[in-house]
Each structure stands twice: as structure tokens, then as C-alpha cells.
Write a protein of this length. Structure first.
Length: 136
């Protein structure tokens, strides 16, 4: 198992996993991704979406047959290590992200308010926007 930053050639697999788990959104190819690679295949993904006024951790997912190995957490830690800036996310599982230092955001950045455009199928009342202060 290896975690690394994604290359352009990885995007067909990234998009496949994102669509499989309803994690896809418009223009995801323009964002940064980290991947878990096992046996020469992409088994997990985590994205970093650049908004005009903030960065957002997004599209975290691990192929179902490879779950339960802690790879999702390793992906999150890789992003946090490589991106020490303030980071936002929107999630229906806030408890999962608290262990990484994320807390409910007091204010939602304006560019994230348009979530309905890329959170298709999500019930907004179940979604929590969280933020983690930058720093190593």
C-alpha cells in the first residue's frame, strides 16, 4: 500500500471511484488528489478543492473491499501534512473528522454556500461544514 499525490493518468480511476460512491462533482480534474495505491490500482482517494477564499477537503473514499484498514484516515493525514493551511469540509459524518482536529465551522465561506451544485443527492439538513486551523 502506498499513498501519494495523484498524477494526471490516475484521473480515470479517481473519477470511477468518485462516481461509484457519489463523490463526484464538476471540474474535479482541476483539483489536487491523493490516492491509495495497492496492487498497481487506485483503491482510495481524497481531494483538495480550491475555492476563491478557502481550501476544502473533499471526495474522501476507499473502495469497499479495501475498507477497514485505516486508509481513509491515512489519506486525510497525508492531505493535512501537505496542506498546512486552514481547511474546510462538508460531511454527513462529522464524528469521523473530529479526530483530525476539525470542528463545526462558525461561518461558511461564500463559495461553499453553493454546495447544492456538487452535493447532488445529499440532504442539506444532515450536512455539517467543518473547519480545521492550519499549522503543522
Amino acid at each position: 500500500m502506498r499513498i501519494r499525490k495523484a498524477k494526471k493518468a490516475d484521473f480515470p480511476d479517481i473519477i470511477r471511484l468518485a462516481k461509484l460512491y457519489n463523490l463526484d462533482y464538476a471540474d474535479m480534474e482541476e483539483d489536487g488528489f491523493w490516492v491509495v495505491e495497492e496492487g498497481g490500482r487506485i483503491r482510495g482517494i481524497c481531494g483538495l478543492k480550491k475555492h476563491p477564499e478557502c481550501l476544502e477537503l473533499c471526495a474522501l473514499g476507499v473502495d469497499e473491499e479495501w475498507r477497514g484498514r485505516g486508509w481513509g484516515g491515512l489519506l486525510v493525514r497525508a492531505v493535512l501534512r501537505d496542506v498546512p493551511a486552514e481547511l474546510y469540509l462538508a460531511t454527513v459524518i462529522p464524528g469521523y473528522f473530529r479526530r483530525f482536529g476539525f470542528k463545526k465551522a462558525e461561518a461558511v465561506p461564500a463559495s461553499m454556500v453553493k454546495k447544492a451544485e456538487w452535493c447532488a443527492g445529499c440532504r442539506p439538513e444532515l450536512c455539517t461544514v467543518m473547519m480545521r486551523q492550519g499549522g503543522r
